[in-house]
Design a protein around this ligand. Structure first.
Ligand SMILES: Nc1nc2c(ncn2[C@@H]2O[C@H](COP(=O)(O)OP(=O)(O)OP(=O)(O)O)[C@@H](O)[C@H]2O)c(=O)[nH]1
Ligand SMILES: [Mg+2]
Length: 379
Protein backbone atom coordinates (compact mmCIF):
# COMPACT_ATOMS: atom_id res chain seq x y z
CA UNK A 1 0.00 0.00 0.00
CA UNK A 2 1.57 3.18 -1.08
CA UNK A 3 0.88 6.79 -0.78
CA UNK A 4 2.42 9.76 -2.44
CA UNK A 5 4.18 12.28 -0.29
CA UNK A 6 4.90 15.50 -2.12
CA UNK A 7 6.87 18.67 -1.45
CA UNK A 8 7.53 21.71 -3.59
CA UNK A 9 10.77 23.56 -2.96
CA UNK A 10 12.96 26.25 -4.48
CA UNK A 11 16.68 25.78 -4.73
CA UNK A 12 19.38 28.19 -5.83
CA UNK A 13 23.10 27.73 -6.20
CA UNK A 14 25.52 30.37 -4.96
CA UNK A 15 26.53 33.38 -7.01
CA UNK A 16 30.13 33.44 -8.22
CA UNK A 17 32.37 35.93 -6.40
CA UNK A 18 33.55 38.95 -8.43
CA UNK A 19 37.11 39.11 -9.72
CA UNK A 20 39.38 41.72 -8.19
CA UNK A 21 40.95 44.81 -9.72
CA UNK A 22 44.32 45.25 -8.07
CA UNK A 23 47.90 46.26 -8.95
CA UNK A 24 51.10 45.15 -7.41
CA UNK A 25 52.56 48.04 -5.43
CA UNK A 26 55.64 47.60 -3.31
CA UNK A 27 59.06 49.13 -2.84
CA UNK A 28 60.63 46.88 -5.48
CA UNK A 29 58.00 47.41 -8.14
CA UNK A 30 56.22 50.75 -7.72
CA UNK A 31 54.48 50.31 -11.08
CA UNK A 32 53.85 46.58 -10.87
CA UNK A 33 51.33 44.83 -13.06
CA UNK A 34 47.74 43.90 -12.34
CA UNK A 35 47.39 41.19 -9.71
CA UNK A 36 43.65 41.04 -9.05
CA UNK A 37 42.65 37.43 -8.24
CA UNK A 38 39.54 35.55 -9.39
CA UNK A 39 36.32 35.36 -7.50
CA UNK A 40 35.41 32.03 -5.92
CA UNK A 41 32.77 29.74 -7.39
CA UNK A 42 29.30 29.77 -5.86
CA UNK A 43 28.22 26.65 -3.93
CA UNK A 44 26.27 23.89 -5.73
CA UNK A 45 22.96 22.49 -4.60
CA UNK A 46 23.40 18.76 -4.29
CA UNK A 47 20.75 16.19 -3.50
CA UNK A 48 21.83 13.11 -1.60
CA UNK A 49 19.68 9.99 -1.24
CA UNK A 50 19.56 8.37 2.16
CA UNK A 51 17.91 5.29 3.58
CA UNK A 52 17.88 7.03 6.96
CA UNK A 53 14.94 9.16 5.93
CA UNK A 54 11.46 7.82 5.39
CA UNK A 55 9.29 10.75 4.39
CA UNK A 56 9.39 14.26 2.96
CA UNK A 57 8.19 15.79 6.22
CA UNK A 58 11.22 18.04 6.67
CA UNK A 59 10.31 19.93 3.51
CA UNK A 60 7.08 21.10 5.09
CA UNK A 61 9.10 23.41 7.31
CA UNK A 62 11.84 24.57 4.98
CA UNK A 63 11.02 25.23 1.36
CA UNK A 64 13.83 27.43 0.11
CA UNK A 65 17.44 26.38 -0.14
CA UNK A 66 20.28 28.66 -1.22
CA UNK A 67 23.94 27.80 -1.41
CA UNK A 68 26.43 30.48 -0.33
CA UNK A 69 28.11 32.75 -2.88
CA UNK A 70 31.80 32.63 -3.73
CA UNK A 71 34.03 35.27 -2.13
CA UNK A 72 35.57 38.04 -4.20
CA UNK A 73 39.13 37.75 -5.40
CA UNK A 74 41.82 39.99 -3.94
CA UNK A 75 45.23 41.43 -4.67
CA UNK A 76 48.42 39.37 -5.01
CA UNK A 77 46.49 37.05 -7.35
CA UNK A 78 44.52 35.61 -4.49
CA UNK A 79 41.38 33.80 -5.53
CA UNK A 80 38.29 34.17 -3.42
CA UNK A 81 37.21 31.03 -1.64
CA UNK A 82 34.35 29.03 -3.14
CA UNK A 83 30.94 29.01 -1.56
CA UNK A 84 30.31 25.68 0.18
CA UNK A 85 27.98 23.24 -1.56
CA UNK A 86 24.76 22.51 0.24
CA UNK A 87 23.48 18.98 0.52
CA UNK A 88 19.78 18.29 0.64
CA UNK A 89 19.05 14.85 1.99
CA UNK A 90 16.04 13.03 0.59
CA UNK A 91 14.77 9.51 1.19
CA UNK A 92 15.81 6.81 -1.26
CA UNK A 93 12.93 6.44 -3.72
CA UNK A 94 12.34 10.17 -4.16
CA UNK A 95 11.54 11.34 -7.67
CA UNK A 96 12.56 14.91 -8.44
CA UNK A 97 10.62 16.88 -11.05
CA UNK A 98 11.05 20.30 -12.50
CA UNK A 99 7.93 21.98 -11.15
CA UNK A 100 7.49 24.24 -14.16
CA UNK A 101 7.80 21.59 -16.86
CA UNK A 102 6.72 18.53 -14.90
CA UNK A 103 9.70 16.66 -16.31
CA UNK A 104 11.46 14.11 -14.11
CA UNK A 105 14.98 15.43 -13.63
CA UNK A 106 16.30 12.76 -11.29
CA UNK A 107 15.29 9.53 -9.60
CA UNK A 108 17.08 9.06 -6.32
CA UNK A 109 17.25 5.31 -6.16
CA UNK A 110 20.42 4.35 -4.34
CA UNK A 111 21.65 5.09 -0.87
CA UNK A 112 24.36 7.76 -1.08
CA UNK A 113 23.45 8.77 -4.66
CA UNK A 114 24.44 12.39 -5.41
CA UNK A 115 22.77 14.65 -7.91
CA UNK A 116 23.88 18.21 -8.59
CA UNK A 117 20.64 20.07 -9.14
CA UNK A 118 22.11 23.55 -9.56
CA UNK A 119 25.65 24.54 -10.28
CA UNK A 120 27.14 27.51 -8.51
CA UNK A 121 28.05 30.51 -10.65
CA UNK A 122 31.64 30.76 -11.84
CA UNK A 123 33.77 33.31 -10.09
CA UNK A 124 34.68 36.38 -12.14
CA UNK A 125 38.22 36.64 -13.48
CA UNK A 126 40.47 39.18 -11.79
CA UNK A 127 42.13 41.94 -13.79
CA UNK A 128 45.38 39.92 -13.92
CA UNK A 129 43.77 37.92 -16.75
CA UNK A 130 43.15 40.87 -18.96
CA UNK A 131 46.59 42.19 -19.77
CA UNK A 132 47.63 42.32 -23.39
CA UNK A 133 50.43 44.00 -25.30
CA UNK A 134 48.30 47.06 -25.81
CA UNK A 135 46.55 47.00 -22.50
CA UNK A 136 48.94 46.52 -19.65
CA UNK A 137 46.94 47.95 -16.80
CA UNK A 138 43.33 46.79 -17.15
CA UNK A 139 41.13 48.50 -14.62
CA UNK A 140 38.34 46.00 -14.87
CA UNK A 141 37.52 42.49 -13.75
CA UNK A 142 34.60 40.16 -14.42
CA UNK A 143 31.67 40.03 -12.07
CA UNK A 144 30.80 36.54 -10.84
CA UNK A 145 28.14 34.57 -12.70
CA UNK A 146 24.77 33.93 -11.23
CA UNK A 147 24.15 30.44 -9.82
CA UNK A 148 21.46 28.23 -11.34
CA UNK A 149 18.10 28.05 -9.65
CA UNK A 150 15.14 25.77 -9.99
CA UNK A 151 11.71 25.02 -8.63
CA UNK A 152 11.46 21.36 -7.84
CA UNK A 153 8.74 18.97 -6.82
CA UNK A 154 9.81 16.03 -4.74
CA UNK A 155 7.63 12.94 -4.79
CA UNK A 156 7.97 9.87 -2.67
CA UNK A 157 5.87 6.77 -2.84
CA UNK A 158 5.54 5.72 0.73
CA UNK A 159 4.99 2.26 1.97
CA UNK A 160 2.79 2.08 5.03
CA UNK A 161 4.87 0.95 8.00
CA UNK A 162 1.88 -0.10 10.05
CA UNK A 163 -1.74 -0.95 9.31
CA UNK A 164 -4.63 -0.51 11.71
CA UNK A 165 -6.84 -3.56 11.44
CA UNK A 166 -10.05 -4.55 13.14
CA UNK A 167 -13.78 -4.91 12.76
CA UNK A 168 -15.81 -2.13 11.20
CA UNK A 169 -16.65 0.60 13.71
CA UNK A 170 -13.73 -0.22 16.02
CA UNK A 171 -12.51 3.35 15.63
CA UNK A 172 -9.66 2.84 13.15
CA UNK A 173 -10.34 6.03 11.25
CA UNK A 174 -10.78 7.97 14.48
CA UNK A 175 -7.38 6.70 15.60
CA UNK A 176 -5.55 7.69 12.43
CA UNK A 177 -7.19 11.11 12.48
CA UNK A 178 -5.89 11.62 16.01
CA UNK A 179 -2.29 10.62 15.45
CA UNK A 180 -1.70 11.94 11.92
CA UNK A 181 -2.91 14.69 9.61
CA UNK A 182 -5.18 12.24 7.72
CA UNK A 183 -8.84 13.25 7.93
CA UNK A 184 -10.92 10.26 6.91
CA UNK A 185 -14.65 10.04 7.25
CA UNK A 186 -15.75 8.82 10.67
CA UNK A 187 -19.27 7.61 11.35
CA UNK A 188 -21.23 5.43 13.66
CA UNK A 189 -21.96 2.77 11.09
CA UNK A 190 -20.00 -0.09 9.61
CA UNK A 191 -17.93 0.17 6.44
CA UNK A 192 -17.54 3.90 6.64
CA UNK A 193 -14.06 3.55 5.25
CA UNK A 194 -14.09 2.29 1.67
CA UNK A 195 -10.44 2.71 0.67
CA UNK A 196 -7.35 2.91 2.81
CA UNK A 197 -6.35 6.18 4.40
CA UNK A 198 -2.74 6.86 5.04
CA UNK A 199 -1.17 9.27 7.41
CA UNK A 200 2.29 10.29 8.48
CA UNK A 201 2.73 10.22 12.24
CA UNK A 202 5.29 12.75 13.34
CA UNK A 203 7.51 11.85 16.23
CA UNK A 204 10.17 13.76 18.18
CA UNK A 205 13.60 14.31 16.64
CA UNK A 206 12.16 14.68 13.13
CA UNK A 207 11.26 11.03 12.97
CA UNK A 208 8.03 9.79 11.53
CA UNK A 209 6.23 6.71 10.36
CA UNK A 210 3.41 5.97 7.96
CA UNK A 211 0.26 4.31 9.18
CA UNK A 212 -2.69 3.01 7.16
CA UNK A 213 -6.30 2.74 8.21
CA UNK A 214 -7.86 -0.04 6.20
CA UNK A 215 -11.55 -0.78 5.76
CA UNK A 216 -13.01 -3.00 8.46
CA UNK A 217 -12.53 -6.75 8.25
CA UNK A 218 -15.28 -9.24 8.98
CA UNK A 219 -15.62 -13.00 9.15
CA UNK A 220 -15.30 -14.35 5.62
CA UNK A 221 -13.12 -11.43 4.52
CA UNK A 222 -10.55 -13.81 3.06
CA UNK A 223 -13.12 -15.08 0.58
CA UNK A 224 -14.39 -11.65 -0.29
CA UNK A 225 -16.96 -10.74 2.31
CA UNK A 226 -17.09 -7.10 3.33
CA UNK A 227 -14.52 -4.75 1.93
CA UNK A 228 -11.33 -5.44 3.79
CA UNK A 229 -10.30 -8.43 1.66
CA UNK A 230 -9.42 -6.14 -1.21
CA UNK A 231 -6.83 -4.61 0.99
CA UNK A 232 -5.43 -7.67 2.72
CA UNK A 233 -3.00 -7.94 -0.14
CA UNK A 234 -1.65 -4.49 0.62
CA UNK A 235 -1.21 -4.95 4.31
CA UNK A 236 1.02 -7.93 3.66
CA UNK A 237 3.83 -5.49 3.18
CA UNK A 238 3.44 -3.43 6.31
CA UNK A 239 5.81 -4.15 9.15
CA UNK A 240 3.29 -4.11 11.91
CA UNK A 241 -0.41 -4.48 12.59
CA UNK A 242 -2.17 -2.35 15.12
CA UNK A 243 -5.08 -4.61 15.96
CA UNK A 244 -7.88 -2.43 17.28
CA UNK A 245 -10.58 -3.98 19.43
CA UNK A 246 -13.77 -2.13 20.30
CA UNK A 247 -14.05 -1.91 24.09
CA UNK A 248 -17.32 0.01 24.15
CA UNK A 249 -19.46 -2.87 25.38
CA UNK A 250 -16.93 -4.19 27.83
CA UNK A 251 -18.09 -2.33 30.94
CA UNK A 252 -21.69 -3.30 30.42
CA UNK A 253 -20.81 -6.93 29.64
CA UNK A 254 -18.29 -7.35 32.44
CA UNK A 255 -20.44 -5.93 35.21
CA UNK A 256 -23.54 -7.98 34.51
CA UNK A 257 -25.39 -9.76 37.32
CA UNK A 258 -23.75 -13.11 36.64
CA UNK A 259 -20.43 -13.61 38.44
CA UNK A 260 -19.05 -15.05 35.26
CA UNK A 261 -19.79 -11.83 33.38
CA UNK A 262 -16.21 -10.65 33.58
CA UNK A 263 -14.85 -13.84 32.04
CA UNK A 264 -17.57 -13.83 29.42
CA UNK A 265 -16.72 -10.24 28.49
CA UNK A 266 -13.05 -11.15 28.12
CA UNK A 267 -14.04 -14.22 26.06
CA UNK A 268 -16.11 -12.01 23.85
CA UNK A 269 -13.22 -9.66 23.10
CA UNK A 270 -10.86 -12.57 22.53
CA UNK A 271 -13.34 -14.22 20.21
CA UNK A 272 -13.46 -11.12 18.07
CA UNK A 273 -9.71 -10.87 18.15
CA UNK A 274 -9.49 -14.48 16.97
CA UNK A 275 -11.97 -13.97 14.13
CA UNK A 276 -9.77 -11.29 12.62
CA UNK A 277 -6.64 -13.35 13.08
CA UNK A 278 -8.31 -16.34 11.48
CA UNK A 279 -9.22 -14.25 8.45
CA UNK A 280 -5.68 -13.01 8.15
CA UNK A 281 -4.36 -16.55 8.37
CA UNK A 282 -6.78 -17.91 5.79
CA UNK A 283 -5.69 -15.21 3.41
CA UNK A 284 -2.01 -15.70 4.05
CA UNK A 285 -0.58 -17.75 6.90
CA UNK A 286 2.34 -15.34 7.25
CA UNK A 287 0.06 -12.52 8.32
CA UNK A 288 -0.62 -14.31 11.57
CA UNK A 289 3.06 -14.16 12.43
CA UNK A 290 3.52 -10.53 11.60
CA UNK A 291 4.30 -8.36 14.63
CA UNK A 292 1.19 -6.75 16.03
CA UNK A 293 0.18 -4.50 18.86
CA UNK A 294 -3.23 -5.15 20.34
CA UNK A 295 -5.15 -2.05 21.36
CA UNK A 296 -8.48 -1.78 23.15
CA UNK A 297 -10.27 1.36 22.02
CA UNK A 298 -13.05 3.49 23.52
CA UNK A 299 -11.49 3.64 26.96
CA UNK A 300 -13.60 6.72 27.69
CA UNK A 301 -16.58 4.40 27.96
CA UNK A 302 -14.96 2.14 30.55
CA UNK A 303 -12.55 4.35 32.48
CA UNK A 304 -15.10 5.09 35.18
CA UNK A 305 -13.94 1.78 36.64
CA UNK A 306 -10.12 1.85 36.52
CA UNK A 307 -9.75 -1.32 38.59
CA UNK A 308 -11.84 -3.20 36.07
CA UNK A 309 -9.76 -1.82 33.19
CA UNK A 310 -6.58 -3.02 34.87
CA UNK A 311 -8.05 -6.43 35.61
CA UNK A 312 -9.16 -6.75 32.00
CA UNK A 313 -5.76 -5.73 30.73
CA UNK A 314 -4.03 -8.39 32.80
CA UNK A 315 -6.47 -11.07 31.69
CA UNK A 316 -6.24 -10.06 28.04
CA UNK A 317 -2.47 -9.86 28.17
CA UNK A 318 -2.28 -13.51 29.15
CA UNK A 319 -4.81 -14.68 26.61
CA UNK A 320 -3.26 -12.75 23.75
CA UNK A 321 0.22 -13.96 24.61
CA UNK A 322 -0.80 -17.58 24.60
CA UNK A 323 -2.79 -17.28 21.36
CA UNK A 324 0.00 -15.52 19.56
CA UNK A 325 2.83 -17.46 21.13
CA UNK A 326 4.96 -14.32 21.48
CA UNK A 327 5.71 -12.03 24.39
CA UNK A 328 3.45 -9.04 24.79
CA UNK A 329 4.93 -5.87 23.41
CA UNK A 330 5.48 -3.27 26.10
CA UNK A 331 2.23 -2.57 27.89
CA UNK A 332 0.09 -4.55 25.51
CA UNK A 333 -2.82 -4.50 25.24
CA UNK A 334 -2.77 -0.72 25.13
CA UNK A 335 -6.02 0.73 26.31
CA UNK A 336 -6.80 4.01 24.61
CA UNK A 337 -9.52 6.40 23.65
CA UNK A 338 -9.08 7.46 20.06
CA UNK A 339 -11.86 9.95 20.68
CA UNK A 340 -10.37 11.71 23.72
CA UNK A 341 -6.73 11.02 22.87
CA UNK A 342 -6.01 9.30 26.15
CA UNK A 343 -3.26 6.67 25.95
CA UNK A 344 -2.26 7.70 22.42
CA UNK A 345 1.20 9.20 23.09
CA UNK A 346 2.29 5.92 24.67
CA UNK A 347 0.79 3.92 21.83
CA UNK A 348 2.60 6.03 19.21
CA UNK A 349 5.94 5.35 20.87
CA UNK A 350 5.20 1.64 21.07
CA UNK A 351 4.36 1.57 17.34
CA UNK A 352 7.47 3.51 16.44
CA UNK A 353 9.67 1.25 18.50
CA UNK A 354 8.32 -1.84 16.78
CA UNK A 355 8.62 -0.36 13.31
CA UNK A 356 12.19 0.63 13.91
CA UNK A 357 13.11 -2.85 14.95
CA UNK A 358 11.86 -4.12 11.57
CA UNK A 359 13.27 -1.39 9.39
CA UNK A 360 15.77 -3.24 7.29
CA UNK A 361 14.85 -4.60 3.92
CA UNK A 362 16.40 -7.97 4.68
CA UNK A 363 14.05 -8.35 7.58
CA UNK A 364 11.11 -7.36 5.43
CA UNK A 365 12.03 -9.99 2.90
CA UNK A 366 12.49 -12.56 5.61
CA UNK A 367 8.93 -11.82 6.64
CA UNK A 368 7.84 -12.83 3.15
CA UNK A 369 6.77 -9.46 1.92
CA UNK A 370 6.51 -8.89 -1.79
CA UNK A 371 7.91 -6.12 -3.87
CA UNK A 372 5.66 -3.08 -4.11
CA UNK A 373 2.99 -3.23 -6.78
CA UNK A 374 1.56 -0.29 -8.59
CA UNK A 375 -1.55 0.46 -6.67
CA UNK A 376 -1.41 3.84 -5.04
CA UNK A 377 -3.62 5.85 -2.77
CA UNK A 378 -3.42 9.54 -2.29
CA UNK A 379 -4.54 11.14 0.92
N1 LIG B 1 -16.74 6.73 22.74
C1 LIG B 1 -15.84 6.55 21.78
N2 LIG B 1 -16.25 6.42 20.50
C2 LIG B 1 -15.31 6.24 19.56
C3 LIG B 1 -13.93 6.17 19.86
N3 LIG B 1 -13.25 5.96 18.71
C4 LIG B 1 -14.19 5.93 17.73
N4 LIG B 1 -15.42 6.10 18.23
C5 LIG B 1 -16.70 6.12 17.51
O1 LIG B 1 -16.89 4.88 16.88
C6 LIG B 1 -17.56 5.04 15.63
C7 LIG B 1 -16.76 4.39 14.51
O2 LIG B 1 -15.53 5.09 14.36
P1 LIG B 1 -14.67 5.00 13.03
O3 LIG B 1 -13.38 5.65 13.34
O4 LIG B 1 -15.44 5.48 11.87
O5 LIG B 1 -14.49 3.42 12.95
P2 LIG B 1 -13.76 2.54 11.82
O6 LIG B 1 -13.09 1.43 12.55
O7 LIG B 1 -12.91 3.40 10.99
O8 LIG B 1 -14.99 1.98 11.02
P3 LIG B 1 -15.06 1.45 9.49
O9 LIG B 1 -14.45 2.48 8.64
O10 LIG B 1 -16.50 1.27 9.24
O11 LIG B 1 -14.32 0.16 9.47
C8 LIG B 1 -17.74 6.54 15.44
O12 LIG B 1 -19.02 6.89 15.86
C9 LIG B 1 -16.70 7.13 16.36
O13 LIG B 1 -17.04 8.42 16.82
C10 LIG B 1 -13.54 6.29 21.23
O14 LIG B 1 -12.37 6.26 21.61
N5 LIG B 1 -14.54 6.47 22.14
MG1 LIG C 1 -13.05 3.81 9.06
Amino acid sequence: MRFIDEAKIKVAAGHGGPGSVSFLRDAMSPRGGPDGGDGGKGGDVVFVASTQLGTLQDFRFKRTYKAPSGMHGSGANKSGSSGADIEIRVPVGTTIRNTLTGEVVCDMIEDGQHWIACKGGRGGKGNAHFTSSTHQAPRFAQPGEEGENMELTLELKLLADAAIIGFPNAGKSTLISRISAARPKIADYEFTTLTPNLGVVEMPEFKSFVIADIPGLIEGAHRGLGLGHKFLRHIERTRLFVHLLDGSRFLEDATGPDEKSFDAAIDNLIERYQIIRKELGLFNEKLVHKPEIVVINKLDLIESDPALVERARTALRQRITSIRGTHPLGKEPYVVSAASGSGLPELKFAIQEQIESYRTKAELEAMGTKLPDDEEFRT
